[in-house]
Design a protein around this ligand. Structure first.
Ligand code: PAF
Length: 288
């Protein structure tokens, strides 16, 4: 497995692979790999001839008070895991190569970025859309793989691809969880022991929503209120949002119908955690 740092060298390698007739899969990441990342790499390995993992902690998607400097990094460990997953190449550029100064061009996806995480992280999705657009140019892949734990990000990238005519298939892969349900995240490393236990309430609140929906509850506010009540039972968990939105434009819904994203975000100690569930109620006739 090769580690490439230069964007022009990376582009040349991908063009050569395409000229050989190979299909190319891209897994964009910020590194510190866990089982969630590895599942994306395995999916990319199964479906493509040439697999590139980008590993870049992207400064433009972090707010000034956020954890850009502290974000966990371990290239040697990541390279070993990626090699074991059968990845052909890691693209690991320097910040100054991705954002040469002066850097003046950004990509803004509207409509699906203002709510949920966008409300408390202004500029976050501008940074994500910008770096992903750049990665799609540097690594013109046939398919790109993203985890549904970041469901809003998946929707932002789907819009980006559609609206800017990128010739790339966005493959959304299921959230990978610890045995007790906690969604895998590089930021779980920030959790102290008691916080780690309390953090499972995010998943438990989503299970409660799923149960209520299965039992026929269709009033979104009753479901989110019950989730909030459950989350309040864990004093170490400070909820940021608990919302039911349509899985399309990500606007709040009153009734559970069609495809609904139930999404939660909370602070647990130093960590900001997110999790979600997509309810598919389209067979009830309320779909888009
Ligand atoms: O999900 C992530 O790790 C990042 O937001 C991404 C898509 C790699 C862009 O920096």
């Amino acid at each position: 497995m090769r580690i490439v740092t230069s964007p022009s060298e990376m582009l040349r390698m991908v063009k050569e692979a395409r000229l050989r007739g190979e299909s190319v899969g891209l897994v964009p990441t910020m590194g510190f790999f866990h089982a969630g990342h590895l599942s994306l790499m395995r999916a990319a390995r199964e479906e493509n001839d040439f697999v590139v993992v980008s590993l870049f902690v992207n400064p433009t998607q972090f707010g000034p008070q956020e954890d850009f400097r502290d974000y966990p990094r371990d290239l040697a460990r990541d390279a070993q895991k990626a090699a074991e997953a059968g990845v052909d190449c890691i693209f690991h550029p320097r910040v100054e190569d991705m954002y040469p100064q002066p850097y003046l061009t950004y990509v803004v996806v509207e409509g699906v970025t203002e709510g949920l995480c966008g409300a408390s992280r202004p500029g976050h999705f501008r940074g994500v859309a910008t770096v992903v657009a750049k990665l799609f140019h540097i690594i013109p892949a046939h398919r790109a793989y993203f985890g549904l734990k970041d469901a809003q990000q998946v929707m932002v990238i789907r819009r980006l691809v559609e609206d800017l005519n990128f010739d790339i298939e966005v493959v959304a892969c299921p959230t990978v969880r610890e045995e007790d349900g906690l969604a895998m995240s590089s930021r779980n490393i920030y959790l102290e022991e008691e916080e780690r236990r309390a953090a499972t309430v995010l998943y438990r609140s989503l299970c409660l929503a799923e149960d209520m929906a299965a039992r026929g509850e269709r009033d979104a506010s009753k479901v989110t209120a019950a989730m909030r009540e459950l989350m309040a039972s864990e004093p170490l968990v400070e909820p940021e949002y608990v919302e039911a939105v349509d899985w399309g434009m990500l606007k709040p819904v009153k009734r559970l119908q069609g495809e609904v994203l139930i999404a939660v975000a909370a602070r647990v100690g130093k960590a900001r955690l997110i999790d979600n569930l997509i309810l598919d109620l389209r067979d009830e006739g309320g779909g888009r």
